[in-house]
Design a protein around this ligand. Structure first.
Ligand code: SF4
Length: 176
């Protein structure tokens, strides 16, 4: 008989995260998660996909990439709502964020930049316009593209076309 602990004893001793061991691997949190529904089950590192995988990974895997997983969540709480064994998944993701802090300097800079852009409509419009123009360079072949390694195993979606505002403006022009 071979018993594989794989960090479970450590998790059991942790009062904040121990309830993650109740998981029955039903996959409900994976199927409801707006991030994983878009990105696909095994889009991120970690042997267990979905929100429960992001909760288990920092405790069970020594890989530094696992420390980033709790940050890849919108914390909408849909996973917690559907979990049949009532694991407080989004609460645990938040607790991991507090315990692990931001995973890397690049991540911190990226999140700060995104926060600035999302708070300032003008910056948002400028960034959206730049992204549309630079779309052909954003694929996996674009060497200057910081997301290029991430895209080695993923497809960039089709160009989104004109923005919502541009389309609304065109429709208004047509009517007048
Ligand atoms: S919904 Fe709950 S029981 Fe099902 S896989 Fe996710 S954490 Fe595990």
């Amino acid at each position: 008989v071979v018993l594989v602990d794989n960090g479970r004893t450590r998790l059991l001793a942790d009062p904040t995260h121990r309830s993650a061991l109740h998981c029955i691997r039903c996959g409900a949190c994976l199927n409801t998660c707006p991030v994983y529904r878009r990105a696909g089950g095994y889009s991120y590192s970690g042997p267990v996909p979905g929100p429960i995988g992001s909760v288990l990974a920092p405790a069970m895997i020594g890989d530094p990439a696992a420390r980033e997983l709790p940050h890849a969540s919108s914390l909408c709480g849909s996973c917690t709502a559907v979990c049949p064994v009532k694991i407080d998944l989004h609460g645990q993701l938040l607790a991991w964020r507090r315990e692990l802090r931001s995973p890397s300097r690049t991540w911190q800079v990226g999140v700060r930049a995104a926060g600035f852009v999302l708070r300032h409509p003008r910056a948002y419009r400028l960034a959206a316009r730049a992204a549309r123009l630079l779309w052909p360079l954003l694929g996996r072949e674009g060497r200057a593209n910081p997301a290029s390694p991430w895209l080695q195993s993923r497809e960039l979606p089709e160009h989104p076309g004109p923005s919502f505002r541009a389309r609304q403006r065109a429709r208004a022009d047509e009517r007048t």
